[in-house]
Write a protein that binds this ligand. Structure first.
Ligand code: PAF
Length: 292
């Protein structure tokens, strides 16, 4: 595996691969890699001759400095996992490589059309501006053919897809399914911080999401706002504390009342498990759009 910390050296390597006609797949991460990340990388390695993984804990997407400070960092373990997997390139940049003019390095104007004003956007002000800023910069550096992102951060996927389309960036974005523990807990770097009590309760999140899916399968005209409110109440049992449970149009992220109001419908939630904030979702209805 080749490890690059500088943009220039990375770009020299990638230029050789591109000149040879090889496709480049890209998986951006913030490290603390788990099986969910490895699945994204395996898919990229199947579909591209060259795969780049980036590890960069992006300060501009953390609205809470404590969350940034507590974010798990384990570079040696990550490097070993990527080498075992056979990932060709790891880009682990210094902060000044990503933000050469400081954290206010400008990003092209993207009108998020309210996609950042719901769910995560309400509870983590400024978070998606930071995500758009760093993903745009990483795409500018790597210029991949394909970008792989996980369904677990569904709102992030929709926002990055929107940015790519609005700016007409020449990259195809691919969403990969959520990877779960045997008991249903969605894999996340934050799971490492769960206390035993919170860890024991956390699988309830997926159980409740599955109950919503079963309910809509049984009753396709179910009132989704009522289902979401009932799901919220079921999750509201210590040590779990839900922040939101919303059933939304998979494209606009606006709440829907019934399944037939949108081509794709997704139930999304954020839940505090003790002092760790977890997010999860389930697709209730899906119609891939023509570009996917
Ligand atoms: O999902 C993440 O890990 C981050 O938000 C991303 C996409 C790597 C940007 O920092």
């Amino acid at each position: 595996m080749r490890l690059f910390k500088r943009v220039e050296a990375l770009q020299r390597h990638l230029q050789q691969r591109k000149t040879a006609g090889d496709a480049v797949g890209f998986v951006p991460t913030m490290g603390a890699l788990h099986e969910g990340h490895l699945e994204l990388l395996r898919r990229s390695m199947r579909e591209n001759q060259c795969t780049v993984c980036s590890i960069f804990v992006n300060p501009t997407q953390f609205n809470d400095p404590t969350d940034l400070a507590k974010y798990p960092r384990m570079p040696e373990k990550d490097i070993a996992a990527l080498a075992r997997l056979g990932c060709e390139v790891l880009f682990m940049p210094w902060e000044e490589e990503i933000y050469p003019q400081g954290k206010d390095t400008p990003t092209p104007e993207v009108d998020l059309q309210g996609l950042d004003a719901t769910m995560e956007g309400v509870h983590r002000p400024g978070h998606f501006a930071g995500v758009v800023q760093v993903v745009h910069r990483l795409l500018e550096i790597v210029q991949p053919d394909r970008l792989y992102m996980g369904q677990k951060d569904y709102q992030q996927f929709v926002i990055v897809r929107h940015m790519i389309r609005q700016l007409g960036l020449p990259v195809r974005i691919i969403m990969c399914p959520i990877v779960r523990e045997a008991d249903g807990l969605a894999l996340s770097s934050r799971n490492l911080r769960l206390t035993p009590e919170a860890r024991a309760a956390a699988p309830r999140i997926y159980e409740v999401l599955k109950e919503v899916l079963a309910q809509t399968a049984r009753q396709p005209d179910a009132d989704l706002e009522a289902l979401a409110a009932a799901a919220f109440a079921k999750l509201d049992q210590l040590p779990l504390k839900p922040e939101y449970f919303e059933i939304v149009d998979g494209t606009t992220l606006q709440p829907v009342r019934t399944l037939d109001e949108a081509d794709s419908v997704v139930a999304c939630t954020a839940v505090w498990a003790g002092d760790v904030r977890l997010i999860d979702n389930i697709i209730l209805k899906w119609e891939a759009d023509e570009e996917e």
